[in-house]
Design a protein around this ligand. Structure first.
Ligand code: PBG
Length: 321
């Protein structure tokens, strides 16, 4: 026993040896930075708890992405909030304008992921449409979600990322895109997404908090691993090109298992509440932000995450990636 301990110490003797033994090295190309655009915004507002992250006008978002590219970020996940909410039909003009402005400006320098969901569009803030008795109208929901996905793709989005968790949405979007000849547009599904307490700061930023009830009827229960893995398998079977666990930090036990079952790439989304927890701790002088972020990213990577969505992507270069 003593011998083993000694050996371990020897390998920790120098920075070069520690680096030599590290197994989770990865680079800036593995990070995805979320971007929030709101039609009501003239300039930008910092999002409560999410240091260095803003809700922006289209113009400001262009400036932000430009700065982020200089910091080595190439993948952006876009959330768009329109000024008018509805619960029957959706006007996507502003969404199309935002996406096409970004793509026209940055072309293939960036990979633009468009989050597809109804929660920032509906007046009730849910990710679906309802029947009169408040049961989910799946058929109508899937139709709208597929139309939104197509509209984002037509505007220039490179990747479609459905986050609604409705049954059958990946298949429905795939069919819609294929029919319109967007055969090469990948779908990265939020495939294992829990009903979580950690989405708070995001819902403020996207003004998408549900006005009644919660999302437990369509998002996963964090007490079940079986259901969580099955949700990803279903997305894979429906044609998802890549998968995701979310919240990332509280789902690391699932990544390798999902990879084993699906043979697809699986990423982790370090969600708003997880990131905010670290930022707020730093504000109180309880930890070092950069070092803590680095640790969480390495842990997600160690658990098998092939890409990482994080509000700190634009800090990764400065942190040493
Ligand atoms: C929309 C969506 C949410 C997040 C990403 N897409 C919120 C939710 O499902 O309530 C959360 C992201 C975060 O907290 O950082 N459905």
């Amino acid at each position: 026993m003593k011998k083993v301990e000694k050996k371990l110490h020897r390998l920790k003797g120098s920075q070069l040896l520690r680096d030599l033994c590290s197994e989770t090295n990865f680079s800036l190309s593995h990070f995805v930075q979320p971007i929030f655009i709101n039609e009501n915004m003239l300039d930008r507002d910092e999002i409560t708890g999410l240091k260095n992250n803003f809700v922006m006008s289209i113009d400001k978002s262009l400036q932000q992405i430009d700065e982020d590219i200089n910091k080595g970020v190439r993948n952006f996940l876009l959330f768009i909030t329109p000024s008018k909410k509805n619960s029957t039909s959706f006007n996507l003009d502003f969404h199309q304008k935002a996406i096409s402005s970004i793509k026209n400006r940055f072309k293939d320098d960036i990979n633009l992921w468009a989050d597809v969901c109804l929660c920032s569009l509906t007046d009730h803030g849910h990710c679906c449409l309802f029947n009169d008795d408040e049961s989910i109208n799946l058929e109508k929901t899937l139709k709208e979600i597929s139309n939104i996905a197509l509209s984002y793709t037509e505007a220039g989005a490179d990747i479609i990322a459905p986050s609604d968790m409705m049954d059958g949405r990946t298949l429905s979007i795939r069919k819609k895109l294929d029919e319109s000849n967007f055969l090469m547009t990948p779908i990265i599904s939020y495939s294992t997404k829990f009903s979580s307490n950690f989405y708070g700061p995001f819902r403020d930023a996207a003004s998408s908090a549900p006005s009644f009830g919660d999302r437990k009827k369509y998002q996963l229960d964090y007490r079940s691993q079986t259901e969580a893995i099955r949700a990803s398998i279903r997305c894979a079977d429906e044609g998802a090109d890549m998968l995701m666990v979310k919240p990332g930090m509280t789902s690391i036990d699932l990544i390798d298992k999902i990879k084993e079952k699906t043979h697809l790439m699986v990423g982790a989304y370090q969600v708003s509440g997880e990131y905010a927890g670290i930022c707020l701790s730093e504000e109180k002088g309880l930890l070092n932000l950069n070092e803590a972020l680095k640790e969480t990213w390495h842990v997600m990577r160690r658990a098998g995450a092939q890409y990482i969505i994080t509000y700190g992507a634009r800090l990764a270069k400065e942190i040493g990636f």
